[in-house]
Design a protein around this ligand. Sequence first.
Ligand code: KE4
Length: 432
Amino acid sequence: MNYNNSHALFERARRSIPGGVNSPVRAFKSVGIDPLFLTHSEGAYVWDADGNRFIDYVGSWGPLILGHSHPKVIEAIIKQASIATSFGAPTELEIELAELVISIMPSIEMLRMVSSGTEATMSAIRLARGYTGREKIIKFEGCYHGHGDSFLIKAGSGALTLGSPNSPGVTVGTAKDTLNARYNDLVSVENLISANRGEIAAIIVEPIAGNVGVVPPKPGFLQGLRQICDREKIVLIFDEVMTGFRVALGGAQELYGVRPDLTTLGKIIGGGLPVGAFGGKREIMEMLSPIGPVYQAGTLSGNPLAMAAGLATLRTLRDENPYAELERKSAYLENCIAENIRSANIKATQTRVGSMLCLFFTDQEVTDYESAITSDTKAFAKYFRAMLEDGIYLAPSQFEAMFVSAAHSDEDLERTVKANRKSLTEVTGLHQ
Ligand code: KE4
């Protein structure tokens, strides 16, 4: 494929934007080629600046579960834009989206809108600290909760991919209040609690880890966290920025039947526009300014355009219920790729929850950060480049998820399976 226009745009971008990108993982650094500059999209497809079409499994990193440019979402944005874009004042749209989320996720009694997942998680831990009067938090190695200082300690996603899971610029004072446990390991959580009893405000967890690749919770793990938090009066925060409305309409908390005290949301809730949110128990949420002492604010929080896109997306998910179809398509993809792995006789393993999948280039079972990083990232980079050449656009990192959308057709899946079969043999060097 010809990527000349993307190359030229990347050269130009690097003169004015650090690394040429506005979010590091987009730079394709770990896959050894220049990033593609995209121009337009529709359904399951994106086009780059050279006119190449790709079947897209990034979906804007999760928001586009309905596919690109869904007619109902576009119509809602255009309609809203024609009357107003932003006020910095309350609107009925914000009430409608809050009421809709509350009807979908019973653990959420009140909700506050923000403009990104990072804002949601930063605000949620400040709220948990204000509510409990405690200062420490427990997160899990490899989990990623956005780029807030408290989270950039053994973080996943781009931080892991680009080799800075512990970012410079985070003060010692901040870092000391963040404790890292091992995902799927309740003993590691109990050990941290014993050593810090009475000092832990919150445990924040991705109920399905989606930033070290995809790592499902082991049976009993989430239930165990719930019991520990009840016993120790710790606020349990489910970071459902990725899993919310993805693995079920009610997110991972619906799928696994565990109720957190607070939930953070993003991605799908904005339908591709900038929206984050955090919500949960009324007693905790009412600690928030202007009724409570915990301050949190945002110029564009509840922005009408973003609310319109989010409402159109969640209403479509609620009314059309694409989850059974997403399960069928994603299971088909997983099973065919499993067959390709066997016939290519390659060291690889897969994980999947609903329409979130990951192909790890390791023969170990991946259950946490330690096992995820046994993956051969050079093999992944070769695989990524081969799939791209075959018109398949994956997340440019071993430690990200592959997202199937409602717009992916059976024909798209067939094409993907064929490209996967060819690319795996190219990775092993066995291609004929
Ligand atoms: P944002 O601030 O990027 O909207 O959300 C941060 C965040 C919080 N929690 C979870 C579980 C997340 O996955 C994310 C963001 N995810 C990454 C992709 N894995 C965003 C992509 C990027 O950084 O460009």
